[in-house]
Design a protein around this ligand. Structure first.
Ligand code: NAD
Ligand code: UDP
Length: 327
């Protein structure tokens, strides 16, 4: 079912980010050449530092909002370029929107010129604050187009539109994955997402911040499971021609996650409550039947096993970079 040709040249936009760097690792391990394109807005050179001496790896610093011309043939394009954490994508909301719309348009045209396969990293955020639960791909969503999350949600929805228009027109073999909350090593410790925040706070002995009551839910997927799903969708034949949810259906309240992190880190930190951000989705869980049927994919690591791999990475990283002292 997965026909992954050997020795391809694969462009990974956003390849210096959390998910992108794991994808670069996996593609190189399969024997492909990887061109990582990143503007380092939220990614880090440290994420791809170990690949610098790899003969199949090339790093290009560029913003996908600028038209990109590749000086060698490209077989596949993965578009992961976009900040993913709410504080980060809201820091420059116009640029976030442009990254998804103008940037995705640029990469689709690049893929068209090269006859390359294309995979767009979309998001469970296209379902907004969902009125259907769990979320199936045929649910159209409940998104506030004028709120602070819209730069991300609506940008990603527009990027999906571009992909399916290019596919319908026979111009690009485009595929769309809707990624649900994913965690693991190389998340930026200060990017503001829940898993990184809670682990960093617990390891540092700082209060764990829960926004709102903590009764809102999320479903957490370990990064290696996600990467396996991305590669499977890019290479499955025929192209399903529909978006595919990739996530772990295990659903937890934010309070349950905080308790689990306290238990697994052995931290004695207290929990404090902060205001719930505007438009924060109340619950989220993927229906992954389509991924099971079309890709033969399902996640392998339950949350406890993924956290057991993630917590030591953060602890090590935080030992190297202690918090700045207040003067
Ligand atoms: P991340 O912020 O760690 O990585 C994003 C990468 O894209 C960074 O390296 C950043 O510097 C780069 N980037 C951002 N804008 C760019 C631009 N205009 N030009 C070039 N590079 C740019 O986030 P992540 O968690 O690795 O997410 C990767 C992709 O997956 C994103 O598209 C995100 O929307 C999607 N996604 C992630 C999750 C998740 O839970 N991790 C959930 C849903 C969707
Ligand atoms: N959240 C929280 N404390 C934090 C960071 C996030 O309670 O320190 C909550 C946030 O309000 C949301 C959930 O955790 O309800 C997941 O937040 P995240 O930013 O990781 O992802 P998203 O909201 O995009 O799913």
């Amino acid at each position: 079912m997965h026909i992954s040709k050997p020795n391809m040249t694969i462009l990974v936009a956003g390849g210096a980010g959390f998910v992108g760097s794991h994808l670069c690792d996996a593609l190189l391990a399969q024997g492909h050449r990887v061109i990582c394109v990143d503007n380092f807005q939220t990614g880090s050179i440290a994420n791809v530092q170990p690949l610098h001496n790899h003969p199949g790896f090339r790093l290009i610093e560029a913003d996908i909002c600028d038209p990109f011309v590749a000086d060698e043939p490209i077989d596949q394009v993965y578009n992961l370029a976009c900040p993913a954490s709410p504080p980060q994508y809201q820091a420059d909301p116009m640029h976030t929107m442009m990254t998804s719309v103008v940037g995705t348009g640029n990469l689709l045209r690049l893929a068209e010129r090269h006859g390359a396969g294309f995979l767009q990293a979309s998001t469970s955020e296209v379902y907004g604050d969902p009125e259907e639960h769990p979320q199936r791909e045929d649910y159209w969503g409940h998104v506030n187009c004028t709120g602070p999350r819209a730069c991300y949600d609506e940008g990603k929805r527009a990027a999906e539109t571009l992909c399916f228009d290019m596919l319908r027109a026979g111009r690009v073999d485009a595929r769309v994955v809707r990624i649900f909350n994913t965690y693991g090593p190389r998340m930026s410790p200060n990017d503001g997402r829940i898993v990184s925040n809670l682990i960093v706070q617990a390891v540092r002995g700082q209060p764990l911040t829960i926004y709102g009551s903590g009764e809102q839910t999320r479903s957490f997927c370990y990064v290696s499971d996600l990467v396996a799903g991305l590669i499977a969708l890019m290479n499955v034949d025929p192209n399903p021609g529909l978006p595919v949810n990739i996530g772990n259906p295990g659903e937890f309240t934010i309070s349950e996650l905080a308790e689990l992190v306290l238990e697994m880190t052995g931290s004695r930190s207290k929990i404090v409550h902060r205001p719930l951000p505007e438009d924060d989705p109340q619950r989220r869980r993927p229906d992954i039947e389509r991924a099971r049927q079309v890709l033969g994919w399902e996640p392998r690591l339950p949350l406890t096993e993924g956290l057991a791999l993630t917590i030591p990475w953060f602890a090590e990283r935080l030992r190297e970079t202690p918090p700045a002292r207040r003067g």
